[in-house]
Design a protein around this ligand. Structure first.
Ligand code: HXC
Length: 286
């Protein structure tokens, strides 16, 4: 059953703003990333979502495609972001079948709750490899296509072409590392690396037309991350201390994504957009 539009996208956005654009998203079968992609597809984009689980990824691709009549959404399963060759193949396939890559969402992440003394070196490395190396591999695999997109600005027949609407990356990070979060040392270190990577890409590739930003979601309801993290009573309590008085929704992360990829976000580069209802400001009180 397709999701009703009002569950994944705000009414402020106009249909067609992403016509002829292609989004490549790792972790695209997950709750947050699938909502981001669904919103972009609804507004005109075609998409390629990457995941490790074949069935989950393919089913999610089919479901996202229902957001717009005629949408093309590829679901490439069995792609582990830790393997650069697999990502390169996926990017190549996306570009070949959909005509290029204009937007990238580096969203694949790994997480579990554990105190430091219960995290082996291999467990730490697993999360670093998925989050940091995986994001790096994603940038490396897609950068040639993003540069092409930034250089060409597909115009959809419009003159003058929309300014800057190609060659954009969003990294999905977190706020855990701003203050330090118990049971999340591994992820905190990894997400600090992801933030640093986004800044590095912004500075180094900005002159070539690329923008690179971070969305840092706070406690978002009905997500895999929350399901995992809320297992800790302390953390669940901490997450209730959101100044705005509620958990966020995936729609609010999708809205931030649409903003950054739209013409409204043309001059935003190297920034972290925290979407958490003000929650991280209370993190140190836990
Ligand atoms: C301690 C654990 C553990 C746990 C796994 N390990 N779970 N250690 N506590 N709960 C250890 C294993 O024992 C092993 O170490 C090492 O981690 C690797 O585990 P594998 O299962 O072999 O690795 P892999 O299959 O690659 O799995 C990676 C994973 C897993 C990160 C451990 O959880 C995973 O695949 N997650 C992907 C999906 C996911 O996490 N989504 C949530 C994203 S939410 P040893 O020493 O025994 O070999 C998110 C939100 C962040 O990121 C911020 C929210 C606010």
């Amino acid at each position: 059953m397709p999701l009703p539009k009002n569950e994944y996208l705000s009414e402020v956005w106009k249909d067609g703003i992403f016509d002829n654009k292609v989004v490549f998203c790792t972790g695209g079968a997950g709750t947050i990333c699938s909502a981001q992609v669904r919103a972009l597809v609804h507004l005109g984009a075609n998409a390629c979502i990457i995941g490790r689980n074949v069935e989950k990824t393919e089913n999610m691709a089919k479901d996202i495609a229902t957001a717009r009549k005629g949408a093309k959404v590829l679901g490439l399963g069995a792609v582990d972001v830790r393997k650069p060759e697999a990502l390169q193949e996926a990017a190549e396939k996306c570009a070949k079948e959909l005509g290029g890559i204009d937007f990238v969402i580096a969203g694949a992440a790994g997480n579990f709750l554990a105190p430091m003394n219960h995290i082996s070196s291999n467990a730490f490395k697993s999360v670093m490899d998925i989050d940091v190396l995986g994001s790096w591999n994603t940038v490396k695999a897609t950068l040639p296509y993003l540069l092409e997109s930034a250089a060409n600005h597909k115009t959809n027949g419009k003159t003058p072409p929309p300014n800057g609407t190609g060659g954009r990356i969003i990294f999905v990070s977190a706020t855990l590392h701003y203050t330090g979060t118990p049971m999340q040392s591994h992820v905190s270190v990894a997400k600090a690396g992801v933030d640093a990577m986004a800044h590095a890409v912004a500075i180094e590739q900005g002159p070539r037309g690329i923008t690179s930003n971070v969305i840092a979601p706070g406690p978002i309801a009905d997500t895999e991350g929350m399901a995992r993290l809320a297992k800790s009573d302390n953390l669940a309590e901490a997450m209730k201390k959101v100044p705005i008085g509620r958990y966020g929704s995936v729609k609010e992360i999708a809205d931030a994504t649409v903003y950054l990829f739209s013409d409204a976000g043309n001059y935003v580069n190297g920034e972290i957009l925290v979407v958490d209802g003000g929650a991280w400001h209370t993190q140190s009180d836990t």
